[in-house]
Design a protein around this ligand. Structure first.
Ligand SMILES: [Zn+2]
Length: 255
């Protein structure tokens, strides 16, 4: 996918629709939230690149870490030879036609709209990989600031693909856990009482709370309680305390 350098002649409403599609695509992209926020900041010209730091009188003389040229947003993501190599490496490794830097916008003037146009036209796979690469490329350059060489384009692309895969697997596990969590309650065998417990933990304050309910084999309520705990080091402690509370209550009720 290429970004069109030339003006399209479209009027405002058409432009707004295209930009809207770009925003929708970005927020729907299957990538970690941090990567989306990063590209959002890129589109809004909210990233601290060299020329922007100078324009805001924050810091002068920040040059490209890879080639020592003036560091602009366009240079950092698309124009720098290192960035050109990143997109080429992405194409080689995935077989997808990623954006060609020579087809990118040349000024900030319409960067906002052009990038949104581009995002809106990518298919799902290109979109998620592109967003992740832009984020990882940014991090790789930041990591290189402390006398450490910037990672090679191939390493950045491979890292992006691996992290994306890792994130997807974690998402899948989370969905499976949530699916399991909505399974229907099953009563215990006849003559038995079942305890269900749950705990909540607030790490910032080191406190937790638990709730529990005892039910018989008909599903009838036998007893329930909730407790608040202080000086809790981790969530597992709350879960254990909830189980202990259930056992104490079951003994008290002689069930
Ligand atoms: Zn450069």
């Amino acid at each position: 996918m290429q970004l069109n350098l030339n003006g399209t002649g479209r009027e405002g409403s058409s432009r707004n629709i295209e930009e809207h599609k770009g925003w929708l695509a970005l927020w729907a992209a299957e990538v970690p939230g941090k990567a989306k926020i990063h590209v959002w900041r890129l589109i809004q010209n909210g990233l601290a690149v060299g020329d922007e730091l100078q324009r805001r009188n924050i810091k002068e003389g920040v040059r490209c870490i890879a080639c020592n040229q003036e560091e602009t947003l366009l240079h950092r993501f698309w124009k720098c030879p290192h960035s050109v190599a990143i997109w080429e490496s992405a194409s080689q490794l995935t077989g997808l036609p990623f954006v060609k830097p020579d087809a990118m916008v040349r000024t900030y003037h319409d960067l906002h709209g052009r990038v949104l146009d581009w995002l809106g036209k990518l298919d799902d796979k290109e979109l998620s990989i592109s967003v992740m690469i832009m984020y990882q490329a940014w991090l790789a350059r930041n990591d290189a600031r402390d006398e450490v060489c910037i990672a090679t384009p191939s390493v950045i692309v491979r890292r992006s693909l691996a992290l994306l895969e890792e994130w997807r697997e974690a998402q899948q596990s989370r969905i499976q856990l949530e699916t399991r969590a909505v399974e229907h309650w099953q009563p215990p065998a006849e003559g038995w009482t079942k305890a269900n417990t749950d705990g909540a933990f607030l790490a910032r304050e080191g406190v937790g709370a638990s709730g529990l309910i005892l039910r018989d084999h008909h599903g009838r309520f036998v007893e329930g309680s909730c407790r608040f705990f202080t000086a809790i080091p981790d969530p597992e402690r709350v879960e254990l305390l909830a189980c202990k509370e259930a056992l104490i209550l079951a003994k008290e009720k002689d069930v």
